[in-house]
Design a protein around this ligand. Structure first.
Ligand code: PLP
Length: 454
């Protein structure tokens, strides 16, 4: 076993970390996680931290879960990987059947890949090709939103809306119709039905309708993160927005693509965010929590209508020419099956409701802190936005790294977090106990208080 000093030295010598300014990284201490237990992470020198972001929004039932481990090991004793190109495998078939059963009615076909970005790329390519088969090849545009995040591949970035991530690559990205988001500051909670929230919804819907009408007959699809935009800052959509968007998609005869990569698997309090508004999209993307945060696995689900448009003679070249080497990986699919089985066995979604309510109530206490501008909550996901002056809506200067400093403070107090600029993200594992959740919230509160009073 390597000692911590060697691990840190090798990390700094050999690794390039994602979304990380490596010049800063090289001067800082590195936390190296070695083990996990439920909602806790344990580092190479034995420190325990509450996993405040469910390991990049993936983990569902906690780390090192005995039943998930057993399912993985049982599959490992059979086969680790075999291809879905030209052949099939048992866990991939069983999981596809199960996904069709648990997703909104009408989504009947499952196309696997490995991560959220690929699930989105597949959705975009499916929609694009669909219109060619339907004799409407001019439908090439995707309507997408400010602050949207759908991943880091070129297609996923093309429908994104976070300038700091995407502007560098502008000339590589394909053209779409980006709809500007109205102010969501203080439209804070998914259950909020205040006038302010209704006004936000109306403005946003007008913007979408204008985009549809200006580009009539050319829109391949509308893509969005349902209910809450994650990486854009945990921005909660007004209640009813998704439902009305689905109506628009039907009225303008275009496809609705929902990216449930973050919201799927219970995060919003239902299995899928779409269920809150009884929406069946034409395409649904899932990843992160699909294999319970254990292994990279993604799926793009679609309707019979879309799938049938790709059927034809071999020579017609209507085939969907897309696939990844590890598509339908049996280990990941076996874990995903057990993930869903645990939801069912433990009645997790109804068990989760008191935790969600407690989370939402306790988060309101954060408004007591003078530099908390906004607290946005949706299910067991939240963003606490820090402001230099919440009254005048003045953000902290970017270079002050206030969010990063709060995360460091929290780490020293036993919680692992990651901020989105100055929004502190809270996304605990779903099985977290109320008592561990309280500890997490106390740590975050004190950390914000400590950093912002300096
Ligand atoms: N879509 C959404 C809504 C996401 O939140 C993310 C990742 O955070 C992605 C897509 C991209 O997923 P991945 O990082 O697995 O490619």
């Amino acid at each position: 076993m390597l000692d911590k000093e060697t691990l840190v030295a090798w990390d700094k010598r050999y690794l390039w970390h994602p979304f990380t300014q490596m010049q800063d990284w090289l001067t800082e201490d590195v936390v190296i996680i070695e083990r996990g237990e439920g909602c806790y992470l344990i580092d190479a020198v034995g420190n325990r931290y509450i996993d405040g972001t469910a390991s990049m929004w993936t983990n569902v039932h906690g780390h090192n879960h005995p039943e998930l481990n057993t399912a993985l090991k049982a599959q490992l004793d059979k086969i680790a990987h075999t291809t879905l190109l030209g052949y099939s495998n048992v866990p991939a078939i069983r999981l596809a059947q199960k996904l069709v059963e648990i997703t909104p009615a009408g989504l009947n076909k499952v196309f696997y890949s490995d991560n959220g970005s690929t699930a989105v790329e597949i959705a975009l390519k499916m929609a694009y090709q669909y219109w060619q088969h339907k004799g409407e090849p001019q439908r090439k545009l995707f309507i997408h939103f400010d602050n949207a995040y759908h991943g880091d591949t070129i297609g996923a970035m093309s429908v994104g809306g976070i300038d700091s991530f995407h502007t560098t690559f502008d000339s590589l990205l394909f053209k779409g119709v980006r709809v500007s988001a109205p102010e969501t500051y203080r439209s804070t909670c998914y259950t909020d039905t205040s006038d302010n929230n209704t006004a936000v919804k109306t403005r946003w819907l007008h913007a979408v309708e204008a985009a549809l009408s200006e580009n009539a007959g050319q829109v391949a699809g509308i893509i969005l993160e349902p209910l809450i935009q994650g990486a854009g800052g945990m921005l909660v959509a007004p209640k009813g927005f998704l439902k009305e968007l689905a109506v628009f998609a039907k009225r303008w005869e275009t496809l609705l693509i929902v990216d449930e990569v973050m919201t799927g698997f219970g995060r919003t309090g239902k299995m899928w965010a779409c269920e809150h508004e009884n929406v069946t999209p034409d395409i649904l993307c899932t990843a992160k929590g699909l294999a319970a945060g254990y292994l990279p696995l993604a799926a793009t689900l679609t309707t019979d209508n879309l799938y049938n448009a790709f059927l034809g003679k071999y020579r017609d070249l209507k085939t969907f020419f897309h696939g990844h080497t590890f598509t339908g990986n049996p280990l990941a699919c076996a874990v995903a099956l057990e993930n869903i089985a645990i939801f069912e066995r433990e009645n997790l979604l109804s068990e989760l409701q008191p935790t969600i309510e407690h989370f939402r109530n306790r988060l309101q206490e954060f408004y007591r802190l003078p530099h908390v501008g906004d607290v946005r909550v949706c299910g067991l996901a939240a963003g606490v936005e820090l402001m230099e002056n919440p009254g005048s809506h003045t953000p902290y200067p970017f270079e002050e790294k206030v969010g990063i400093r709060v995360c460091k403070e929290a780490l020293a107090r036993g919680a692992m977090l990651r901020s989105l600029v100055n929004t502190i993200v809270l996304m605990p594992t779903l099985q977290i106990t109320i008592s561990a959740l309280d500890t997490l919230l106390d740590i975050v509160y004190t950390s914000i208080e400590t950093v912002t009073k300096k």
